[in-house]
Design a protein around this ligand. Sequence first.
Ligand code: TRP
Length: 330
Amino acid sequence: MKRILTGIKPTGTPHIGNYLGAIQPALGLAKGQSALFFIADYHALTAVKDPNKFRELSLQVTAAWLACGLNPEDVIFYRQSDIPQIFELYWILSCFAPKGLLNRAHAYKSLVDANRESGRHDDDTINMGIFNYPVLMAADILLFGADQVPVGSDQKQHVEIARDIADSVNHAYQKQLFVLPEPIIQKDQALIPGIDGRKMSKNYDNVIPLFADEKTIRKRVMQIQTDSIPMADPKDYRVCNVFHLYQHFASEEAIATRKAQYSQGGLGYGEIKKELAELILAHFSACRSTYDSYINAPQQIEAILEEGAKKARQIASGTLSELKQCMGLL
Ligand code: TRP
């Protein structure tokens, strides 16, 4: 059995891009394996500094994963900040992480490059949280002996950094202390278009939120941008934003029928958008009531996360004491 682990950063209200690109594939991968999923709240602190927003987003994101089918009986589900051992390991790993390796981390490097381009000091507005981000992520992963780490393509390098650090520690003590983790790259969210056709992202304000009220979801779907080819003329479904989302929710038959309509002409965008909105609403209708019940009872979420944290801390303290012993700290 493989051990699968992934972190979920609560930095935005869950949307359809998150569902198709992260939630659905990660839950699929976890089936029948030993899985640990956690809310990476300390990672989110590099981005979200407003306390009310922070609480609200953590709650929404936790509720969304539970509502979309994460079963805390099957997956150890916890909050990163509830596991103090992650932070102990984080320091230990910092003592093995070459600074030069972190200088090359994409997220940090692109901020430095942007500063340079606009004539600012290299370090302008860059805090140590951003710089050390990959080391904290390595601690998340290595503490639990994860074999596979499902992530978006933007996080691949971070998993490779974790692997490099693990290798250095193993080498330094001539012992297989850490499992070398492997990134599993999930469907790129860049391929899931938002209503303006760019990657669906909160940064572009083009998302279809998973659990907004029905009216909002219908409205967002109707706003999806399309071309102005007349209804009677043939169209290319491969470049149509509506069709792109449609194929994730419609039946195979319906997809085939629509494809033919696109090629032959006679398809009205208004009509397929309406169908898409109804498909989305139907797809999430059971999840929506679970989601609402969690949002209205945050103490239930707390109880689930605390249960998960107990299990996670147990694994974590085992790994950490073995490591400390090996290093001469114990
Ligand atoms: N950095 C990841 C992201 O932005 C979230 C994350 C934190 C993570 N720790 C992790 C993912 C450990 C996988 C494993 O999406």
